[in-house]
Ligand binder design. Structure first.
Ligand SMILES: [Zn+2]
Length: 421
């Protein structure tokens, strides 16, 4: 089976030359049309050559040998390819869905390409009698984009509607986690916007960077707006309100970390939260597997089974409070008695172990050994930016303020800047 190279293949070959990748496969003489790049390359006077291209995908439980065998590449050739990429790519890291493509000229291997994701590609090309392995370099551009939407059913759905990867909802929810409980607080009609770094290759988003600014305007929580800025004491990137006040507080708004859980609960459930004294805590109805995070920095005082509470984690915090998390389906790896945990560390996953009629998190707070109502607790923000830092901060956030601006005017008209009850 010998066939001429398809036009898409030529496009790839030209691209490789443009980007300067070492590659012997850009065979100009195979081009049916004259090409500006071809002109700068020597054109040997010989008849056009024919190539055979075979491609395949890594499948579950494949090795590179079994995948290559499926497209009829001899094991000796596969071994030469693996050897050429030694130190560049380790085929034990092959994943289902990785693409491979082999180009032969007659019996001779010309090019092997191995692609995983939009910007990761490895190649082996023939240079004389030798096979040379290389990694292909891609140009990735950073963009700063504003994303905005209105919540109809969930933040997740709203982001999908805005054309962005809903994974960005997780980053957004993390940034505002001191002020907004993204399971309890959203109401239909709430609006959000954020400015995020985005890495793009050929028009496709490769990955997202940090959120630089975020705003949530909600019926239950009022307006929250924060900007990323380095803490002048520690150098850590943190989030501050436009007046320099810190977003961070000793405790998060909720022990449930926002996540997409595909189940009949999902992120749309709005359980009615009520503290019952005899019950010694608050129940958050949530799907099994919903991640639970440490509400504040502290030391784990218990991680394991605890009677009716099932799989339980308890944490002692520096402010004299203890927090209790019950009914986990699973305690997170590495969480054991004595471990130090930072705020936002995932400590376990919602379940219904112990005495529970359905999956939920039972969350309790103790002060001096006595249970208190977690919903009545209010925590002041961490230290604001010092006054001498404010001019630099104002300058840094000015372009972000501008990007958020339009919606700010709209929301200022609708609602005064007052936090709801
Ligand atoms: Zn309970």
């Amino acid at each position: 089976m010998i066939r001429r190279l398809p036009p898409s293949w030529l496009a790839t070959a030209v691209f490789a030359v443009v980007f300067g990748a070492a590659c012997s496969a850009s065979k100009p003489e195979a081009a049916p049309e004259p090409d500006p790049i071809v002109e700068v390359l020597p054109l040997p006077l010989e008849p056009p050559r024919s190539y055979e291209v075979r491609s395949g995908l890594i499948q579950p439980n494949d090795t590179i040998v079994s995948a290559m065998n499926r497209i009829e590449v001899e094991i000796a050739t596969t071994h030469r390819i693996v050897a050429a990429l030694e130190g560049i790519f380790d085929f034990r890291k092959a994943r289902p869905g990785d693409e491979l493509r082999v180009t032969f000229e007659g019996e001779q291997l010309e090019l092997f390409e191995y692609r995983r994701g939009p910007v990761e590609e490895y190649r082996v090309s023939r240079q004389g009698e030798e096979l040379i392995g290389s990694i292909r370099e891609f140009e990735v551009e950073k963009e700063v984009v504003r994303v905005a939407g209105t919540i109809e059913s969930s933040l997740w759905v709203a982001l999908q509607a805005a054309g962005e990867d809903p994974q960005t909802a997780l980053a957004f929810a993390d940034v505002l986690a001191w002020d907004v409980d993204f399971y309890m607080d959203p109401r239909a009609g709430d609006s959000f916007q954020f400015v995020i770094e985005k890495y793009v290759h050929e028009g496709k988003t490769v990955r997202y960077g940090d959120i630089l600014a975020a705003e949530y305007q909600g019926e239950a929580v009022g307006r929250k707006r924060v900007f990323r800025y380095p803490n002048p004491q520690t150098g850590n990137l943190e989030y501050y309100a436009e007046n320099g006040g810190a977003a961070r507080r000793a405790f998060l708004k909720s022990p449930l970390k926002f996540a997409f859980i595909s189940s009949r609960y999902g992120s749309r459930v709005h359980p009615i939260l009520k503290y019952v004294k005899q019950h010694q805590g608050v129940d958050y109805a949530a799907a099994t597997g919903t991640p639970v995070w440490a509400i504040g920095d502290g030391t784990v005082t218990h991680a394991g089974w605890m009677g009716a509470c099932g799989n339980t984690v308890t944490i002692r915090h520096a402010n004299g409070l203890d927090t209790v998390y019950c009914h986990f389906s699973k305690i997170a790896p590495g969480i054991r008695k004595g471990s130090r945990v930072a705020q936002k560390t995932v400590i376990g996953y919602v379940g219904m172990t112990g005495r529970a009629t359905g999956p939920h998190l039972h969350y309790g707070v103790k002060r001096g050994g006595k249970y208190i109502n977690p919903l009545s607790l209010k925590f002041p923000p961490a230290d604001p930016l010092p006054p001498e830092e404010l001019p630099a901060f104002a300058e840094a956030i000015a372009p972000l303020m501008e990007q958020l601006g339009e919606a700010r005017l709209a929301s200022a008209q609708q609602e005064p800047e007052v936090v709801g009850p």
